[in-house]
Design a protein around this ligand. Structure first.
Ligand code: ATP
Length: 258
């Protein structure tokens, strides 16, 4: 299932994205290790979704280097190897949960038993016969996640998967993410603007205003700071504290340059 070990799952160098005349990603340098959970954190509008879309190959006007599982991002051969869950759930409201999964399984050509496994993974077995249109927001996003799990992708890219979920479901989903990494060797890239989720990740990439604030290749050789390294390096008790410390540091550097 995994690539040659030692190779990063994702590697970016000089990555730039311009949208509507604005430089939304400004020369990113980072790498993401295989088989681990990397959290992509930063405030709303900092460019997380743009970076995620670049990685899964749906973003226009991407320049620089962006390699995913050993191939250039967007390469057709990558499609079955990546599971992507966007912020808005992409499911059919007039089909049941099971019908949604069976439909996507047929398109992907995955065996039928993958449907039951994906349902169990996201804890929706008891809702298999419910119409997707009648589900809560959190349940709908779990159906989207189940669709992404069908093909047992090597890389799972999840854009804010825990938004709007209650604490119990959030915990259960994070347990699932850890099982996918530990037992199936999957690589997960998970965006969030909730800093307390950072502690649940193996590695972190912190973003602000289209730039990497921490976790880029300048800090560590192999991409991503651990939450602990970030806290230690900044003398903070929490990742949120570390983030604020780095924001202030970046601001005073900018001011000193002026
Ligand atoms: N067509 C466009 N023209 C100009 N700016 C744009 C365009 N599309 C997006 N942007 C800007 O690009 C930036 C990055 O957007 P993006 O959706 O990647 O942010 P994000 O970090 O995912 O935010 P959120 O967490 O709120 O989804 C935002 O500041 C947004 O306003």
């Amino acid at each position: 299932m995994m690539n040659k070990s030692g190779e990063p799952a994702i590697r970016a160098s000089g990555l730039v994205v311009v949208r509507g005349g604005r430089t939304v990603l400004d020369g990113l340098e980072f790498s993401i290790p295989q088989g681990q959970i990397t959290g992509l954190l930063g405030p709303s509008g900092c460019g997380k979704s743009t970076l995620i879309r670049s990685i899964v190959g749906t973003q226009a006007r991407v320049t620089g280097t962006l390699d995913v599982l050993g191939r250039p991002a967007g390469d057709r051969a990558l499609r079955p190897r990546i599971g992507y869950v966007a912020q808005a759930p992409s499911i059919y409201d007039d089909l049941t949960v099971r019908q949604n999964l069976a439909y996507f399984a047929a398109i992907l050509g995955t065996p039928r038993d993958t449907v039951d496994r994906a349902l169990a993974d996201v804890d929706l077995t008891s809702h298999a016969a419910a119409l997707a249109g009648n589900l809560s927001g959190g349940q709908r996003s779990r159906v989207s996640l189940a669709v992404a799990l069908l093909g047992e992708p090597e890389l799972l890219v999840l854009d804010e998967p825990t938004v709007g979920l209650d604490p119990v479901l959030r915990r259960d989903l994070w347990n699932l993410f850890h099982r996918l990494a530990a037992e199936r060797g999957a690589t997960l890239l998970i965006s969030s603007h909730v800093m307390d989720e950072a502690e649940r990740c193996h590695r972190l990439l912190l973003m602000r205003d289209g730039r990497i604030l921490a976790g880029g290749t300048s800090q560590t050789e192999f991409g991503g700071d651990t939450p602990e390294a970030l806290r230690t390096r900044t003398g903070s008790e929490t990742v949120e504290g570390a983030f604020l410390h780095l924001v202030d540091q970046a601001k005073s550097l900018e001011e000193a340059r002026r």
